[in-house]
Design a protein around this ligand. Structure first.
Ligand code: GLU
Length: 300
């Protein structure tokens, strides 16, 4: 198998202990399979990106011995590819423009006695779906995927085993291009994983919930499905995912070996007193012994 893996940080700040775990796990998995490991900068949400954070992340990764095998791809330069994917979805009636504001959506849901709230964002009631009359004269604000029914997605996560989500019920018609003109993460990640020939996605469990949406997009765009492995998160003192928001410290560039040891311990790898390259080689042997299979690609 021609394994191609990736680490896809958002340059909204420097790497911290949590993001290093994802970087290390994806690197070890790629190397253990004799594969290629690529870094992709997910700077599609430009207002959240911090100038220079991409360079700092690359420097931090390099200090930890983790260097992309191919030139680093920047999502901010890929608008034409995302537009092409949206055009294709539109051509096949899988996407449609939506003129609803958040308030419109809440009011429609309330009028139906529904208050479905999912991570503080309502399941879209389908107001602007073509079969419901489309925009009805409203200007287009965003573009949404017409999630097909049935939309039961099942797949086997290489870490967590069998998974299931009914995307229509749990999420609804999700946004592909936002009202502020920015491309949504879901579309960008699917287009880029496909274009880069990614066969394996190893990332934190906070992203598990996104996977069924990404699989729906892969099925509709007729691109291959990567295999997924969602690794346990590093939690902050408040029990939540370690993040810049809850005070995660940037990795100490003076002690990359120490930072790597911490990340490796989180992944259940043995403590290693050696240099960065020596430690990586030791963990690689250990990682290669971890069984992982995925015999069930998802279907719609
Ligand atoms: N850019 C995302 C993040 O930093 C990761 C996306 C992914 O790995 O699919 O959380």
């Amino acid at each position: 198998m021609n394994y191609r893996g990736r680490f896809a940080p958002s340059p909204t700040g420097p790497l911290h202990a949590g993001s290093l775990v994802a970087a290390l796990a994806s690197w070890l998995d790629a190397r253990a399979h004799g594969g290629t490991w690529i870094v992709r900068m997910e700077d599609v949400d430009t207002p959240r990106c911090i100038p220079g954070a991409d360079a700092l992340i690359r420097q931090q990764l390099a200090a930890c011995g983790l260097v992309s095998d191919e030139p680093v791809l920047y999502q901010s330069q890929r608008a034409s590819m995302y537009q092409r994917a949206l055009d294709r979805l539109m051509q096949h009636q899988h996407a449609y423009p939506c003129g609803c504001s958040r308030k419109d959506i809440e009011e429609t849901l309330a009028s139906r006695g529904l208050h479905t709230d999912r991570h503080h964002s309502a399941v879209y009631p389908g107001t602007c779906r073509p079969e419901n009359g489309g925009l009805k004269g409203k200007p287009a604000r965003a573009w949404r995927l017409a999630v097909p029914e049935p939309s039961d997605i099942t797949w086997t996560d290489l870490q967590l085993g069998p998974q299931h989500q009914n995307v229509g019920k749990a999420v609804g018609d999700f946004v592909l291009k936002r009202a502020d003109g920015l491309w949504a993460y879901q579309l960008a990640v699917v287009v880029d994983d496909a274009d880069q020939g990614i066969t394996h996605v190893v990332r934190g469990q906070d992203l598990l919930d996104n996977t069924p949406r990404q699989i729906v997009l892969q099925l509709l765009l007729e691109v291959p499905q990567p295999r997924y492995r969602h690794i346990p998160l590093v939690l902050g003192e408040n029990g939540e995912k370690l993040s810049k928001q809850n005070g995660a410290q940037a990795l100490d560039l003076n002690d990359p070996a120490g930072s790597l040891r911490q990340a490796a311990a989180h992944l259940g790898l043995p403590s290693c007193p050696g240099t960065v390259p020596e430690s990586l080689q030791t963990w690689l042997k250990d990682w290669a012994c971890t069984p992982a299979t995925n015999k069930h690609p998802a279907t719609l």
